[in-house]
Design a protein around this ligand. Structure first.
Ligand code: FE
Length: 381
């Protein structure tokens, strides 16, 4: 069951979708040129900063759909890798007959686009990674609240916005990885322990500019307080083997090549490397098992504030939280299902079960600005 909002009571303005899609398409064309140097590995590695793509033809303007069938279309602005999301959407379209248009770009440009388009946006749903991004979209007035008993039942409360502005749809653990030729699992324990001088010259980290690290640090601030967290970050920086990395894959490769011995990354990047290189010489360690649990974040979605088809967006989110869709997230994306009781892939099972941090992921957004300031102060680039 899902709730309709005021927006759906208004008729879809003529040409609205067609014009916006055409303009967006032109912009995407330019962005695509800029991204042309992306290697396929980079694109595959970085799901949320993949090459710009649009599944629907920009000819949409020429074939603007009438209002009645327009209500059957759900338009998604997504910062997720099209290759990961399109198979899910294809399945949904096949089962329901609902048309789904997917437009992908990085989260920053997508949010700017939503702001600029205002009431004329063709978007119904924003699909992105990290509670920090979803929180920011909500703060900037780009989302509207929705209610769904299906989502409330499928998605644990800690992975949903308490105000009902967005919901998590898949989980990713940000944890510790190590070189088993140099490090024993028994040498490892917590994120905080990576600040210990015993790791001097042995730690690799991704840049603090990435929201994943901002969310991790926000969770540490919530558990340990700002002062203690700053001390830990200073310790991390002092232990760095080399400059910070721009992405998790390069960081993991640096461990594999012996440049460093330990680091922090998202679990699915490791899974995607293992898919291609089953003998990849890096191991996963579940951080903070004797304390607060491993840091877990979401990918998720919300209904766009000016959506024409808010109800369609909620229905699609409900389907994405179903057993079937959740199983696909786990098997092809190497993410964890957000819904309890869904079978994980063999690879995820091989990593063992772990205690998750119980924090409501919305906190990562609330503390984001403070986390950024703290990392800056502590010299974490
Ligand atoms: Fe990612």
């Amino acid at each position: 069951m899902s709730s309709l909002t005021l927006n759906t009571l208004f008729a879809r303005p003529a040409l609205k979708t067609g014009l916006s899609v055409a303009v967006f398409g032109a912009m995407l064309g330019l962005a695509g040129c800029n991204n042309a140097s992306n290697t396929s590995e980079e694109a595959a590695a970085e799901s949320e900063t993949t090459e710009t793509a649009m599944t629907e033809s920009t000819d949409a303007a020429a074939t603007a759909t009438p209002a009645a069938s327009g209500e059957q279309t759900v338009t998604i602005y997504s910062s997720r890798n099209e290759q990961l999301i399109q198979p899910l959407l294809d399945k949904y379209m096949e089962q329901t007959g609902v048309k789904v248009e997917l437009m992908t770009d990085k989260e920053g440009p997508l949010m700017a686009r939503l702001k600029a388009e205002g009431k004329n946006t063709p978007a119904d749903m924003l699909l992105t990674v990290d509670a920090g991004n979803l929180w920011q979209a909500s703060q900037e007035g780009l989302l509207q609240p929705f209610a769904s008993t299906v989502l409330e039942s499928n998605v644990p409360a800690k992975y949903r916005d308490p105000k009902g502005m967005w919901t998590g749809l898949s989980l990713r653990a940000r944890t510790i990885f190590y070189d088993p030729s140099k490090v024993e699992a028994s040498d490892l324990s917590t994120y905080a322990d990576l600040a210990d001088p015993k790791w001097k010259g042995k730690l690799c980290l991704r840049t603090s500019k990435k929201v994943y690290n901002q969310s991790l640090v926000a969770s540490m601030m919530e558990h340990l307080g700002a002062e203690k967290t700053e001390e830990i970050i200073r310790g991390w920086v002092a232990n760095l083997a080399t400059d910070v990395f721009s992405d998790d894959i390069s960081m993991l490769e640096a461990i594999a090549s012996g440049q460093c011995e330990v680091g922090i990354a998202n679990s699915y990047y490791y899974g995607r490397i293992l898919d291609e290189k089953p003998d990849f010489p890096v191991k996963i360690f579940w951080a903070n098992q004797d304390t607060t649990g491993t840091h877990v974040n979401v990918s998720g979605a919300g209904v766009v504030a000016n959506a024409d088809n808010a109800d369609g967006a909620v229905k699609l989110m409900e389907w994405l939280s179903s057993d079937e869709a959740q199983g696909i997230y786990a098997s092809s994306d190497k993410e964890y299902p957000v819904k309890e009781g869904v079978d994980e892939s063999e690879m995820l099972k091989s990593w063992g079960t772990f205690k998750q941090d119980d924090i409501n992921v919305q906190k990562f957004g609330e503390l984001q600005t403070q986390a950024i300031q703290l990392m800056d102060k502590a010299g974490y680039k």
